[in-house]
Design a protein around this ligand. Structure first.
Ligand SMILES: *Cc1c(COP(=O)(O)O)cnc(C)c1O
Length: 456
């Protein structure tokens, strides 16, 4: 059947397979192939095979290039006034008192932890469902990461499981607003207050996300951001630490600039370094790109939120597809990724791997996301280092015992079986793109048993 003779009656019959009440625009099914026709993975034509999803990063020469060219032509490339302008703009946008830019998000985390003096002998509570830098930033400061399981409905650290993991060594909690969805910060801050812990927010995926109308990254003692190419504010590489604590940011500034005195990090500039610092400074051309990207961030964030909410309204009506849940106090998310859970029982036993293959064949890119971090060799590499052996008693460096104590079953369920991600750029197109994503999933759902038979 061609698109032309695809009748209204067929449309009603086929779309009713989606389940009662699903609000999918008719054009989804009238323009090309019916959801009832053969899935691409079984030899049909991909419904959206020729589709171009919105490109990332976006670059608009007319608006984005002026400042960048000025910087490049000026020959002032090391940190100077454009970097300072970017920092004050980012602080202002978030409602934070101060911002320090650094080379990337990883070094923002390393800097923040080090300048709260979190290091040798300390434990830091981290979620297992995150990018590896959340964990290695702790190890690189000589501290011990302690994993607390996530809530699979929200994909975020489960606050009810934190207190059981607090010991006399615990010095900080690192809530990671993973996928750009805010952590339940009231609960985190209450626990931190009770046990006198620092809260360093890893907001590397959560630009402009809000909890109770406050931007994430500004709720704890410090917030860290990444401007890596894929992130919602992309600069290629880049990062920032934000805080309302002047003395802390002054220490961070000194640390990021070879330990040379800055502000209240006392000493005089000519007297030499006052702290053991590194050099992780931003450049003027990074700042110029950042300022250009910042102009679009708010509008893009609104589009992502609108499209995500609409997509969820479609997906929650497909059996076996469970979209993310937001905590009640979340007033805005960032949607660095759009996550949902895939329940294979509702797909005739189809594996997640085959589901993703089938989606890609239809022309809808998606992935299974993070793999386990809690049992990987990098941990043992740290434990076997001379520094860790000098700091920690042998029983704390027993890798097998550590892995057993840090198992997070809910995280394993997400990583190994259920999680599926769409990338943030897919939420930047028209609303009809969401109909198309839902249409592809429906088509796979309807044909799940036959796909499972052939592909497992
Ligand atoms: C990207 C990211 C980082 C690290 O940022 P880089 O700029 O890539 O160094 C840290 N944590 C999370 C959650 C991230 O997504």
């Amino acid at each position: 059947m061609t698109a032309k003779n695809y009748s209204r009656r067929d449309f009603i019959a086929k779309s009713s397979l989606l389940g009662a009440g699903i609000a999918v625009a008719p054009h989804v099914f009238s323009s090309t192939l019916a959801i009832g026709s053969k899935p691409a993975i079984l030899g049909g034509r991909g419904i959206w095979a020729d589709k171009q999803w919105p490109k990332w990063p976006r670059w608009v020469p007319e608006t984005d290039e002026k400042k960048l060219l000025e910087v490049v032509r000026s020959g002032i490339w090391s940190r100077a006034s454009v970097t300072a302008e970017f920092e004050s703009e980012w602080a202002r946008t978030l409602g934070a008192k101060r911002c320090l830019s650094v080379v990337n998000g990883t070094n923002a985390l390393i800097t923040a932890l080090s300048q709260f003096h979190i290091g040798a002998g300390d434990e830091v509570i981290v979620p297992p469902y995150t990018f590896i830098a959340s964990v290695t930033s702790v190890l690189l400061n000589g501290a011990m990461p302690v994993f607390v399981d996530i809530d699979p409905e929200t994909f975020q650290i489960d606050p009810t499981k934190i207190e059981a993991k607090i010991t006399s060594r615990t010095k900080a909690i690192m809530p990671v607003h993973i996928l750009g969805l805010p952590v339940d910060m009231d609960r985190i801050m209450a626990i931190a207050k009770k046990y006198n812990l620092f809260v360093i927010e890893d907001a590397c995926q959560a630009h402009l996300a809000e909890y109770n109308h406050k931007k994430v990254g500004t709720i704890g003692h410090a917030g860290c951001f990444s401007f890596q190419n894929s992130k919602n504010l992309p600069i290629g590489e880049g990062g920032a630490v934000v805080s309302n604590d002047d003395q802390f940011i002054d220490r961070c500034f000194s640390y990021h600039n070879l330990g040379i005195p800055y502000g209240t990090a006392v000493g005089t500039v000519s007297s030499g370094s006052v702290i053991m610092g590194t050099k992780v400074r931003f450049t003027e051309y990074q700042a110029a790109i950042g300022l250009a990207m910042l102009k679009r961030l708010d509008a893009e964030t609104t589009t992502r939120n609108e499209n995500a909410a609409y997509l969820s309204s479609l997906l929650q009506q497909i059996p076996g597809i469970v979209p993310y849940k937001l905590y009640d106090k979340v007033t805005r998310a960032a949607f660095h990724l759009y996550p949902f859970r895939f329940m294979k029982e509702a797909f005739g036993g189809l594996t997640r791997t085959s589901f993703i293959k089938a989606m890609r064949a239809e022309g809808v890119p998606c992935s299974s996301g993070y793999t386990l971090l809690t049992d990987k060799p990098y941990l043992n590499d740290a434990f076997q280092s001379a520094a860790f052996k000098a700091i920690y008693p042998p029983e704390m460096l027993d890798f097998d015992a550590y892995v057993a104590a840090n198992r997070c079953p809910k995280n394993e369920q997400l990583c190994n079986e259920e999680a599926v991600w769409l990338t943030q750029n897919m939420l930047l197109g028209p609303r009809t793109d969401m109909d198309e994503i839902a249409g592809a999933i429906s088509r796979i759902h309807k044909n799940a048993a036959s796909i499972a038979k052939l592909h497992g």
